[in-house]
Design a protein around this ligand. Structure first.
Ligand code: AP5
Length: 216
């Protein structure tokens, strides 16, 4: 089984949704840099104060800060079981730092799962996304409604719209994806690690396809 996994794809491709499904099924640690920054913002830590303005604009948090955060998390013992990196790396500097770190701590990457999705669908998904304030479970106002409007099915927490889920910030996020992150697909293809999946097939089909691939 492949157990040290990077999930890649543009904003709204479904990385977080898939990571939550895979984490349960394969018992892997889910490491989302976006979630780590949002937790830090909620707690108003120094990291949160620094990250807030970058994230709200749709810009990337500086590499040194992000790399330091992942380095610390990936070195923890629960990652022995395997991990899903969601939203990291996003730049070539981050990818090279991860390459070096993963060798140093003997946790080399087994595969990079890339989710393909077209731009119109990304806009639809991001503009309709709602997230649970307590547990982070993702919903959509049209395609993934909770049983009770505004309330999380899993924990009963309130649903909210992320501050960076607006037209202006999404434009910036997509620009960063194209200029900074998309080139990493070639980087990982050259390393023989890239596996791409079409995320337009729907949440459950995508999960089945990726899961059976990872279990091989
Ligand atoms: P982050 O939280 O990583 O955001 P993102 O990459 O923009 O990705 P999203 O969380 O928006 O989308 P997703 O692909 O997880 O989609 P989801 O599953 O929610 O990062 C946020 C910010 O933090 C960045 O902009 C940056 O500022 C900063 N940051 C983070 N990492 C960084 C790094 N490494 N370096 C520097 N800065 C960093 O799904 C979206 C919607 O679609 C949901 O409504 C869902 O219900 C629906 N959906 C999901 N899957 C499907 C499906 N298969 N079919 C139909 N609908 C689906």
């Amino acid at each position: 089984m492949k157990k040290n996994i990077i999930l890649m794809g543009p904003p709204g491709a479904g990385k977080g949704t898939l990571a939550k499904q895979l984490k349960e099924e394969l018992h892997l640690v889910h490491i989302s840099t976006g979630d780590m920054f949002r937790d830090a913002i909620k707690a108003q830590t120094e990291l949160g104060k620094l990250a807030q303005s970058y994230i709200n604009r749709g810009d990337l948090v500086p590499d040194d800060v992000t790399i330091g955060l992942v380095k610390e998390r990936l070195s923890q013992s629960d990652c022995d079981a395997g991990f899903l990196l969601d939203g990291f790396p996003r730049t070539l500097v981050q990818a090279e730092a991860l390459n070096k770190l993963s060798k140093e701590i003997s946790r080399e990457i087994d595969v990079v799962v890339n989710l393909d999705c077209d731009n119109d669908e990304l806009v639809r998904r991001i503009s309709g996304r709602r997230v649970c304030k307590n547990c982070g479970a993702p919903y959509h106002v049209i395609t993934m409604k909770p049983k009770v409007e505004g309330v999380c099915d899993l924990c009963g927490g309130p649903l909210y719209q992320r501050k960076d889920d607006n037209v202006e910030a999404l434009k910036v996020r997509l620009e960063h994806y194209v200029s900074d992150t998309k080139p990493l697909l070639d980087y990982y293809k050259d390393l023989g690690l890239l596996a791409s999946f079409n995320s337009l097939v729907g949440k459950e089909t995508l999960f089945d396809e990726v899961c059976s691939f990872l279990k091989k």
